[in-house]
Design a binder for this molecule. Structure first.
Ligand code: PLP
Length: 356
């Protein structure tokens, strides 16, 4: 089957096979990865290798820290303002959809002043909000953006102009799926359960000068403590970090992020080209803002959409139901989705169109 879920999502077959073979005994130790201590040499090697592979793949400069947290993207909606909104207690935000808005709500909930510079809510988020005017670090601790809007199917392929304001990027749904320049950001975060591994790990990449002591930050969200303890202040999600490490090796085999982005472009073009030429199916996202990883589409009739989802499921094309706020279908084409999976989807949709 091909799994088009928005997350947790499909993992590369060779990684699943590797895990299956190694599950009873890690590196001949007689113990499973599910059983080893996070204080063991074996795990130390696993986490440090994963960090190095992230550094290599994303060309992370030396003045950035790579951290592993639990709590998902949602945890970082709290961690980022707690650690970074400490000077002006005010942040800027571009409201590009559900997850950007959730991030803003959480910051506001923590007493931070959230200035929504622009929103495309009225356009049902079918395009990205643009910067309405220049901004300055004299006013804001940072600007929050969601690089890829998982539910709505838009993505910033070029970053908004942000002057000297620290840029914070929620890359949860296109982490390592397309190239970004880490140096353009003060901080990047993402749950790994879409492009990189199983649920349970959140990667944070943060510039050194932003890591400092802040009073009253819960330890589990404290960047300074996690830097000092190499992400092992408490017990980390050992298995999830191990599995993510295997996916990182697989990504290197695909030609790194440039290699996988080229494949992701092919995959999404194949589907968008079909949709743009279809008389039944439609993707209504502004072309320049279309996501490479999440493609929502609809027929004119919600009842027919249900039939599409049901028939696709029976044909082995799984989890195509769109998010409840958008309806219709959504195909998530994360890194581990092969081109053949998208070709199978397009064939299926094309047949469905002929029959209806
Ligand atoms: N940010 C984005 C862009 C997402 O797509 C998601 C989840 O789908 C989240 C944040 C929330 O992530 P989590 O479920 O890991 O808390």
């Amino acid at each position: 089957v091909y799994n088009f879920a928005a997350g947790p999502a499909t993992l590369p077959d060779p990684v699943i096979q590797h895990i299956q073979e190694e599950l009873p005994s890690l590196q001949g130790s007689g113990m499973s990865i599910l059983e080893i201590s996070h204080r063991s040499q074996m795990f130390d090697d696993i986490i440090n290798t994963a960090k190095q592979d992230i550094k290599d793949l994303m060309h992370v400069p030396d003045n950035y820290h790579i951290l592993f947290f639990q709590g998902g993207g949602t945890g970082q909606f709290a961690a980022v303002p707690l650690n970074l909104a400490t000077n002006h207690h005010k942040i800027a935000l571009l409201d590009s959809g559900h997850w950007a808005s959730r991030a803003g709500d959480e910051a506001a909930n923590l007493g931070v002043d959230v200035d929504v510079l622009a929103s495309t809510k009225e356009q049902h988020y079918t395009e990205l909000p643009k910067m309405p005017h220049p901004i300055s670090s004299a006013d804001y601790d940072y600007l929050h953006i969601t690089t890829n809007n998982t539910i709505e199917g838009t993505a910033y392929h070029t970053l908004p102009e942000h002057g000297d304001v620290t840029l914070v990027g929620d890359l949860s749904s296109n982490f390592m799926a397309e190239e970004y320049n880490v140096q353009d950001f003060g901080l990047i975060f993402g749950g790994v359960q879409k492009n990189l591994g199983p649920a349970g790990v959140t990667i944070v990449i943060v510039r050194d000068d932003l890591v400092k002591h802040v009073d009253h930050v819960p330890t589990i969200l404290d960047y300074e403590k996690f830097v000092k303890k190499n992400s092992m202040f408490n017990t980390p999600p050992v298995f999830a970090i191990y599995a993510t490490g295997l996916v990182l090796k697989w990504l290197k085999d695909q030609g790194g992020i440039a290699g996988i982005e080229a494949i992701n472009r092919k995959k999404s073009s194949l589907l968008y080209d079909f949709l743009d030429n279809s008389e039944l199916f439609n993707n209504n996202i502004k072309k320049s803002d279309r996501s490479l990883t999440n493609v929502p589409f609809k027929t004119p009739d919600p009842e027919l959409d249900k039939q599409v989802i049901q028939a696709a499921d029976e044909a082995g094309l799984k989890n195509l139901k769109g998010h409840r706020s958008v309806g219709g279908m959504r195909a998530s084409l994360y890194n581990a989705m092969p081109l053949e999976g998208v070709a199978a989807l397009v064939d299926f949709l094309s047949d469905f169109e002929k029959q209806h």
